[in-house]
Design a protein around this ligand. Structure first.
Ligand code: ADP
Ligand code: GLC
Length: 479
């Protein structure tokens, strides 16, 4: 099948979160399975420096964006044998300090930046000599593509236009802008109605995609059910219920090329389920790196995360406050809302021999933390899929998760299946419930035999992308 994937971030070229990991891995796995997959993404700073093999393509965009016309160039590289990645080069929009926001504030022209991106994707789908059968768009930044394709099809003869698939990675981000931004789409007014892009008088990019895509996927079966409820639906549950015949939940996979402790170049010591002594060496090296007391006598808990409401920062800070009187260490790697960063930094100041906090984005450290920790805390309020709990499982780091979305779908608690347990789940969204989970972890750490079994269960799980790709192919067929 010929599939054009469009995402505002793609690992290893750009990344703020799991969307990048997912888009990169999906493209790669489709190509390895013999499909013709191509990726489109914006050209951000440093990509050209880091990937010198990237080449300019003989192609120019000159597209309307409201009243003006905007030009862009196209670059490409072979990301993987059989997988071409295209980069939209529009320096005014994409050569910035970050992808979407700086100092907690979104860029004021994100409407123009990503409406333009969606237009470039639709343009490529229409005019590339290579004709995609499916255009698979991700999140609000590309969600206007189905509307743009539909309009293009109406405006001119287009024999067999591609089908569209929209993946919702996070319903909390919808790309909502003032009504005036709709003019930037240059779409006729019938696309700004209650059935399409209009949302309480505003433009809602994701809503247009949900309304018009041929199939809609989200990143876990449980989250697919959750978003059809008022509690998780972020105002779009009614529309999602109407489209439920077209909605499917597919749990994300793990790219074991990057996340495997047996061959992870970031780790000081390789290990696997059968050779766990390497894990202890990783832990001691990590403690040293973080300036924590070097010891295996107490467990090391970890979190690597965007610091946003979604991730349960408030209950985590509360639970740690309560639990730091016990013998445990905690490391956080993350960045996000300044108030949340300050909360963790405050904890590190007050408990310097137990808590280490690193603010920022650091891929190597993320791997070393997975390699060296014993337990992984993920107390999310909601979690469409979540990747770090699955990385943790492979690294033998027991996840402690709130039973929501993909966390519930990927972790098995002792109460669900004692023989196959690989993690600890809690249900209520409260510091108390999380603290109880941490207490269970301390008890588990005190029983080495049980801990070893739980680790083995975790490490032998297989969330490889081949399974998920099979499900995406079914969704494409359906489209
Ligand atoms: P989300 O996409 O909601 O942020 P996921 O669990 O799906 O959550 O994916 C997060 C991804 O981003 C993981 O690959 C994680 O390791 C990575 N990540 C998050 N914060 C950091 C950070 N500060 N440094 C390095 N990697 C990070
Ligand atoms: C979103 C979600 C996360 C998911 C990721 C990749 O960022 O918050 O749960 O794993 O997308 O699909």
């Amino acid at each position: 099948m010929r599939i054009l994937l469009a995402s505002s971030e793609v690992h290893p070229f750009s990344k703020t979160g799991g969307l990048a990991d997912m888009a990169g891995a999906l493209g790669k796995t489709l190509a390895r399975a013999g499909h013709e997959a191509r990726l489109v993404t914006p050209l951000y700073p440093r990509v050209r420096e880091q990937f010198p093999e990237i080449r300019r393509v003989d192609w120019r965009f000159d597209l309307p964006l409201g009243a003006r016309r905007v030009q862009a160039e196209l670059w490409a590289l072979e990301a993987e044998p059989g997988l071409t990645a295209y980069f939209i080069d529009q320096p005014e929009f994409y050569q910035r300090g970050a992808l979407y926001q700086e100092n907690g504030a979104s860029y004021a022209d994100n409407d123009a930046r990503f409406i333009f991106f969606a237009k470039c994707v639709a343009h490529l789908a229409r005019y590339l000599p290579w004709r995609p059968e499916v255009v698979h768009v991700h999140d609000w930044q590309a969600a206007l593509v189905p509307a743009l394709l539909r309009q293009q099809q109406r405006a001119e003869e287009w024999w067999r236009p591609p089908r569209t698939c929209l993946t919702i990675h996070n319903l909390a981000y919808q790309g909502i802008f003032p009504q005036a931004s709709f003019a930037l789409t240059n779409l006729p007014p019938e696309f700004f109605t209650m059935e399409t892009a209009e949302f309480y008088g505003h433009l809602n990019c994701l809503k247009a995609g949900i309304a018009l895509a041929d199939v809609i996927t989200t990143v876990s079966p449980r989250y697919a059910r959750e978003i059809m409820t008022e509690e998780f639906g972020c105002g779009l549950d009614g529309l999602l219920r109407r489209r439920q015949g077209r909605l499917v939940g597919i749990l994300n996979g793990v790219d074991y090329d990057f996340w495997d402790p047996a061959r992870d170049p970031f780790l000081p010591c390789a290990y696997s389920a059968g050779r766990l002594d390497g894990k202890t060496a990783c832990k001691l090296a990590l403690q040293k790196e973080l300036g924590l007391p070097v010891t295996n006598a107490m467990p090391l808990f970890a979190t690597i995360s965007r610091l946003a409401e979604q991730k349960g920062v408030d209950i985590q800070l509360g639970a740690l406050e309560e639990m730091l009187s016990a013998d445990l260490q905690f490391v956080l790697l993350g960045s996000g809302a300044p108030a949340f960063e300050a909360g963790y930094l405050g904890l590190a100041r007050r408990f310097p021999s137990q808590v280490a906090v690193r603010v920022g984005h650091d891929e190597g450290l993320a791997h070393r933390i997975e390699g060296g920790s014993d337990f992984y805390l993920m107390p999310s309020r909601f979690e469409p899929s979540g990747l770090n709990q699955m990385y943790s499982l492979r690294y033998g780091v027991i996840p402690i998760v709130r039973a929501t979305g993909g966390l519930d779908d990927s972790v098995t608690d002792f109460t669900e299946d004692a023989a196959r347990a690989n993690g600890i789940k809690f249900y209520e969204y409260s510091s108390r419930a999380l603290a109880k989970g941490i207490r269970k972890a301390l008890a588990l750490y005190a029983q080495p035999e049980l801990l070893r079994r739980c680790r083995r269960n975790a490490m032998k799980l297989d969330f490889s992308w081949e399974r998920a790709v099979g499900e995406y192919l079914k969704a494409y067929e359906k489209a």
